[in-house]
Every structure is written in structure tokens, then in C-alpha cells.
Ligand binder design. Structure first.
Ligand code: UD1
Length: 422
């Protein structure tokens, strides 16, 4: 298995282009199932998770072509001939469950494997099934698979999610576009990826209002057409690379970056002493003079601080002046990077959902292992300013969410190398 070797090398300078959002693309791709006409996505990221979703859609009978070096994904679901999302694919990637709502709406039935737990938490699907049942689906769990059917078609309904789940909102939103009548989703997730999905569905002919607010209202239509849609900027990739100059020093411009995608994160960077400036092409991030200041962080659904940037923020806090308390409120087991950062000399105490980081002057490079995507990249960020060499193993996690990471960081002056496994 490949590893990535990072050597601390002082300030970073230059530009990093930010790709289209993985998490948006993973919900936009299943939207193809809703229509017989083609759906084309531009600004798609080149990631292994996208390949996994391609494989899943193809297993259902959809045609998926990767064009322009993977930046364009052209899909057509005119000939769906399978309604079973197999465990072998779903277990690799939880977002596979996003085919459930669209299949149910288009075909009237769907069988989707339950994903099981993952490194960061149990991640059940009760909110997805609650919403789809409200729309009239009958759902049964058999042999690890959710068997869903809607013999008379889905019917619009009013519902309130107990938690603003991103995936549940996406599944219910997609299903409701073809349900008869009006659907009201209360306490819906407000993430930019939801708005991006709604924009795409509207381009396909759906009638949706209120996306980006806690109440989404959908008027069902008989059919959806084709569309071409540009995937929104990846705010998590953006935030990750904003932390590179924050940690290593220097000034980096993130091309395509927007403050509105990451307002709460930008506020924390400001409090830590990092300057973030909007430019014509994106965002410019620079570390002001002196050491970064410790800031406390609580992860929350959008517009709060994203859980997907918690590990990377912890990497910044490791060398901050003072003590930072990071509270994880979305996933119960998302501090697996803390002991690895500890191997690099960080002083972190974890107790339940809270990590207390006592800043140290400098980290030292070490061989480290990562258990999930965002944890892996936090170790690379930490390595950018550490003394000596950091070797991050289990690189396959990174390929799920960061395209051309070595190239992007090298271009701003980092010493990063991918070393093939033996
Ligand atoms: C999505 C993102 C992921 C991000 C997360 C939270 C994708 C592909 N992934 O994941 O990167 O970290 O949002 O911003 O977009 N929950 C339930 N029951 C459910 C569904 C969720 O209890 O039916 C819980 C989860 O266990 C978790 C919390 O709700 O504790 C948030 O999960 P959710 O918002 O659904 O995250 P995902 O859509 O899985």
C-alpha cells in the first residue's frame, strides 16, 4: 500500500485550485436514476469514491461515461435493469445509500444493503427510512438489506427530521421530486451540497423551494428531464488547503474558494490569527506574524463548523499558543487522529466527544496511520510544519477525497512525495 512522505519545509506560497465537491457529486450522480434523459455533471472531482459510485450506478443498469479526464460525468439511466445495491459496493462507501430514494421514486421498489458502521461512528439509516415511509414507502430489513417498495407510487407528505441529516435530506428530497403532491421536509439539512442538489433537480424540472433553509417544500412532478450541472466547489477540500499556509506559514490563494461556503470556519481562522481575504479568483489565506492562537471549536450541522474539518483544525491547534477544546457533536468516534498526532509530539487529551489540545512549540515527524479520510489529511497538514519526516500510511483513504494532493501541495512549495508500497 502506498504511503505519503511529508517533510516540514517552511512557508508555502502560490495557488491551489479547488475541485468540485465530492459530497455534492455523490448525491448528484444518483439523481440520474430519477430521469430517463441524460444528466451531465461538469466540475466533477477525480476521486476513488466517484469511481465507486460509477460502479454502483452501472450495476443498476445506468450508463456512466467519464469525459475530459474525469472532470465531466455523462450519465443516462434510460435502461435501469437492476434494483439491488449490493453489499460489496455499499460497504466500501456509505454514500451508496443515496440510490435508495431515487430508485424507489422511479421504479417503485429498491433493495439497498445497509452500510454498516464505519471508522467514525455507527451511522444508522433510520432518518432515511422515516422520511421515505412518510412518503408511503414500505420498508423491511431482511438479510442486511433494506427492501423498499411503493406499489401505488410515492405520495407527498409533511415530516420533521429528528436530526438535520445530510444523507436523509438528500434521499427524501430526491424521492419527493416524483411523489404525488406536496412534500414538506422540516429540520432539513442546510449544507451547500443540498442546495447544489436542489439546483440540479430544478434544472431537471423539479419544483423545489426552501433549500438552504430548515424547511424544504417540493411539489411533485410526473417526470424529470435531462440537465447539465456544474458541481459546487468542495468546501472541505477548500478548508483543508486553507489550513496548509495557516500551519506552515506563507500565503496561498485557493482558486474557486468562497467564504459563504465556510463562514464559521473562517471566523475561527480569524480568531486564531489567520487572515482570509476574498480575491477575484477565490480566497487568499496568510498567517499573520507570530504563533497561531488556540481557539475552541464545536462541530455542528451547516452553517456551524463542519465535522469534516475537525481533524484538520486539530492539526492547526497542535502548535497553537494556549489550549483549544474541540467538541465533536456529529460523529461519536471521530478523534482517531488524536493519538497519531500524539506520536508527532502533540499534547491532546480525549474524553468522550471532547478533545483538549495543549499547544506545543513544534511537532516532530513520525510514521503515522490514518483510519479515515479527513484524519489522513490532518496528519499530512501536521507534517508540513513538523521537524523531520512524517510518513502517512493507508493512503487509499486520501484518494477517496483529495485529487492530486501531492501535486497541489508541491506546487506551493511543500516537500511531499507518494511512495509506492511494496
Ligand atoms: C454527510 C457527508 C459526511 C459528513 C456528514 C456530516 C456525504 C457523502 N457525506 O454524511 O462527509 O461528515 O454529512 O456533515 O455527503 N444519523 C442518524 N440516522 C440517520 C442518518 C444519520 O442517526 O438515518 C446520524 C449519523 O449517525 C451522524 C449524524 O446523524 O451522527 C450526521 O449524519 P448525516 O448528516 O446523515 O451524515 P451523512 O449524510 O452520512
Amino acid at each position: 500500500m502506498d504511503s505519503i512522505v511529508v517533510k516540514g519545509n517552511g512557508p508555502l506560497n502560490g495557488q491551489i485550485p479547488i475541485a468540485g465537491a465530492k459530497n455534492a457529486c455523490l448525491t448528484l450522480m444518483p439523481a440520474t436514476i430519477l430521469s430517463e434523459e441524460p444528466l451531465t455533471l461538469t466540475n466533477a472531482p477525480r476521486l476513488s469514491d466517484i469511481k465507486t459510485m460509477t460502479q454502483l450506478l452501472e450495476s443498476l443498469g445506468a450508463e456512466v461515461s467519464s469525459l475530459q479526464d474525469g472532470k465531466v460525468i455523462a450519465m443516462s439511466s434510460h435502461n435501469l435493469d437492476n434494483h439491488i445495491a449490493d453489499y460489496d459496493i455499499v460497504r466500501k462507501m456509505r454514500a451508496s445509500n443515496l440510490v435508495l430514494g431515487p430508485m424507489l421514486a422511479r421504479l417503485g421498489h429498491a433493495v439497498v444493503s445497509l452500510p454498516g458502521g464505519c471508522a467514525i461512528g455507527a451511522r444508522p439509516m433510520d432518518l432515511h427510512t422515516y422520511g421515505l415511509e412518510k412518503l408511503g414507502a414500505q420498508i423491511e430489513l431482511k438479510d442486511g438489506y433494506l427492501h423498499a417498495k411503493a406499489p401505488g407510487g410515492l405520495k407527498g407528505a409533511e415530516m420533521e427530521l429528528a436530526f438535520a441529516s445530510v444523507g436523509a435530506t438528500e434521499n427524501i428530497l430526491m424521492a419527493s421530486t416524483l411523489a404525488k403532491g406536496t412534500t414538506v421536509i422540516k429540520n432539513a439539512a442546510r449544507e451547500p451540497e443540498i442546495v447544489d442538489l436542489a439546483d440540479c433537480l430544478r434544472a431537471m424540472g423539479a419544483q423545489i423551494e426552501g433549500d438552504g433553509t430548515p424547511t424544504i417544500v417540493v411539489q411533485g412532478v410526473d417526470r424529470l428531464g435531462g440537465a447539465t450541472h456544474a458541481v459546487v466547489t468542495d468546501r472541505i477540500e477548500l478548508g483543508t488547503y486553507m489550513l496548509a499556509p495557516a500551519i506552515a506559514g506563507g500565503e496561498v490563494e485557493l482558486l474557486g474558494g468562497r467564504i459563504d461556503l465556510l463562514a464559521s470556519f473562517c471566523e475561527k481562522l480569524d480568531a486564531a490569527g489567520i487572515s482570509v481575504e476574498e480575491t477575484e479568483k477565490g480566497l487568499k489565506v496568510a498567517r499573520r506574524n507570530g504563533r497561531v492562537k488556540a481557539v475552541d471549536v464545536v462541530t455542528e450541522p451547516f452553517p456551524g463548523f463542519p465535522t469534516d474539518l475537525q481533524a484538520q483544525m486539530m492539526a492547526l491547534m497542535c502548535t497553537a499558543e494556549g489550549t483549544a477544546v474541540l467538541e465533536e457533536k456529529i460523529f461519536e468516534n471521530r478523534f482517531m487522529h488524536a493519538p497519531e498526532l500524539g506520536r508527532m509530539g502533540a499534547n491532546i487529551e480525549v474524553s468522550g466527544g471532547t478533545a483538549t489540545v495543549h499547544g506545543v512549540e513544534r511537532l516532530k515527524g513520525a510514521p503515522v496511520m490514518a483510519t479515515d479520510l479527513r484524519a489522513s489529511v490532518s496528519l499530512i497538514l501536521a507534517g508540513l510544519a513538523a521537524e523531520g519526516e512524517t510518513v502517512v500510511n493507508r493512503v487509499y483513504h486520501l484518494d477517496r477525497g483529495y485529487e492530486r494532493l501531492v501535486e497541489k501541495l508541491s506546487n506551493v512549495g511543500a516537500i511531499v512525495e507518494r511512495v509506492p508500497g511494496v
